[in-house]
Design a protein around this ligand. Structure first.
Ligand code: NAD
Length: 473
């Protein structure tokens, strides 16, 4: 065992989006920073950036272009003949984008003089990590602060052993170079729905098997109902209350058994994608003698400043139970912790105001509370809904389905939640984030002049409806 002389202020374990944001902010604040991760540099998915998210968005965009050319463009007076799919090229395009992002991160790290070591690392005591690699002797490195940012990994379930040939995890599901005729996806959560939006639009007959009886239980019920209807109309087969209990590979097909209220059923598909949720990547993050406090599900215990139970050790991103498993939440924590360590004391993170986005077609985005949650606690609320089919801007784009729903407190008019399904929802929600961060009322939004025609004015229209002043409804 060799020791590297202490020379770092901060060591960040992990190289995902939280670690990336944290490393850069630490370096900007003059802290000598080391980032360590065990990356598979032979593949684009073993990358610095959040390869899953970027890969997903890139393929979603490709699938949307393909589907639009095939099915939706004629009404614009554009006729595309002989449209065909070159899947290997589409995957290559996605990997090229991931490589570009990787190179960019390497360049930025070099500019900020952030050191990077490609190795497995674990915390062995406060301020000490140990690097272990198959090719070199293990070594220890000291730093004043250690930030744990190893994010999350897919939850595996015994009845769906991943072989990445027939039963795929969500990473392999972004690298298929041959279109499956019949595809099943276990789990209709965010990842399952986004993967379904890719493969269904590229032409695979796609069935989602979801154990829960409710569809998109975390989002507003009215939005989930509309999403269910739109996705079903798009040809997605959504089986709710369907728990997968066994799988077998027979003659190069996957035989899936699932149980629902009517009993046990079987379907045969070419591929099964498992999107059964994610868990914190904390299994070999610390040695037992380090005494890092985890809960029974592997989440690292942290206080409101992202500090663990060990002095000088912080945890950010998907590793903690604070807020949802979202890259932007982890990135905000990364910046916060860097500033906390540097003593410039930025205000703590408002976990109540974190936008959620599902990049399906149409997109779904929300912030704040749902109608059902507010009613359950007996809050008096006013609701304004604006259907996007009335909005002038979405009319000119291809998919005009959807709605914007604004929920405000009946007493103070403060906005408590905004829920959107429709094109540009991921962009439109940013207005609501800003409004809620500044405790705006629905009247504030209604009084702001928006450009016309634009998708953005749909939020104002929904706010106007709350005061019965809607211009278009
Ligand atoms: P999820 O928990 O949202 O969904 C997993 C689903 O699998 C659940 O609904 C569960 O009921 C179902 N399931 C589990 N076992 C099953 C079985 N045997 N049979 C049938 N269904 C079964 O998890 P996810 O979609 O994998 O996402 C994981 C996390 O990553 C989430 O917290 C999500 O917010 C986050 N994430 C978000 C984004 C985004 O915001 N765009 C993108 C990627 C990941």
């Amino acid at each position: 065992m060799s020791k590297i002389k202490a020379k770092y202020d901060v060591i960040i374990i992990g190289a995902g989006s939280s670690a990336y944001a944290c490393s850069i902010r630490c370096a900007q604040l003059g802290l000598k920073t080391l980032c360590v991760d065990n990356l598979d540099t032979n593949t684009s998915s073993g990358a610095f950036c959040n390869a899953g998210n970027v890969g997903m968005i890139t393929l979603l965009e490709s699938a949307k272009l393909y589907d639009t050319l095939l099915n939706d463009i004629d009404s614009h007076g554009i006729f595309a003949e002989n449209v065909s799919l070159n899947l290997p090229k589409m995957i290559l395009h996605k990997n090229k984008i991931l490589d570009e992002i990787n190179h960019n991160v390497i360049k930025i790290f070099a500019e900020y003089k952030i050191d990077f070591i490609n190795s497995k690392a674990s915390l062995i005591a406060p301020k000490i990590i140990e690097l272990s690699s198959a090719h070199s002797p293990s070594q220890q490195i000291h730093a004043k602060y250690i930030i744990l940012a190893t994010e999350s990994i897919p939850i595996t379930i015994p009845c769906t052993p991943i072989d990445n040939e027939f039963i795929l995890d969500s990473t392999a599901a972004l690298n298929l170079t041959k279109l499956p005729k019949r595809l099943a996806i276990l789990g209709a959560g965010v990842i399952g729905l986004e993967l379904a939006a890719i493969w269904n639009r590229l032409g695979a007959e796609t069935t989602l098997l979801e154990a829960q009886e409710t569809f998109l239980g975390l989002s507003d019920n009215q939005i989930s109902r509309q999403a269910y209807q739109i996705f079903t109309e798009q040809g997605l087969e959504l089986r709710l209350g369907a728990r997968v209990i066994s799988t077998k590979i027979i003659n190069k097909k996957v035989l899936i058994e699932y149980q629902d209220a009517d009993g046990t059923h079987a379907i045969r598909v070419d591929k099964l994608i498992v999107a059964s949720g994610r868990k914190p990547n904390s299994e070999s993050l610390s040695a037992p003698e380090a005494d890092l406090l985890l809960d029974e599900n592997g989440y690292v215990h942290v206080n409101e400043n992202c500090k663990t139970n060990l002095p000088g050790v912080y945890a950010i991103g998907d590793l903690t139970l604070h807020g949802p498993m979202l890259s932007h939440k982890g990135m905000a924590e990364g910046v916060f912790v860097a500033e906390h360590i540097a003593g410039i004391g930025s205000s703590s993170i408002n976990y109540n105001i974190i936008p959620n986005v599902i990049y399906t077609e149409p997109e779904i985005a929300w912030i704040g509370q749902t109608e059902q949650a507010l009613k359950a606690i007996g809050d008096r609320i006013n609701i304004g809904i604006f259907p996007l089919s009335i909005n002038h801007q979405p009319k000119s784009v291809i998919n005009a389905n959807g709605m914007v729903k604004v929920i405000a407190c009946a007493n103070t008019d403060t906005i408590l939640g905004v829920h959107i399904i429709g094109c540009h929802a991921s962009e439109l929600i940013a207005q609501a984030v800003l409004a809620m961060e500044f405790s705006a009322s629905s009247e504030d939004i209604a009084r702001i002049i928006h450009s016309h025609p634009s998708s953005a004015e749909a939020l104002r229209e929904a706010a106007l409806v709350i005061k019965n002043k809607g211009l278009n409804s």
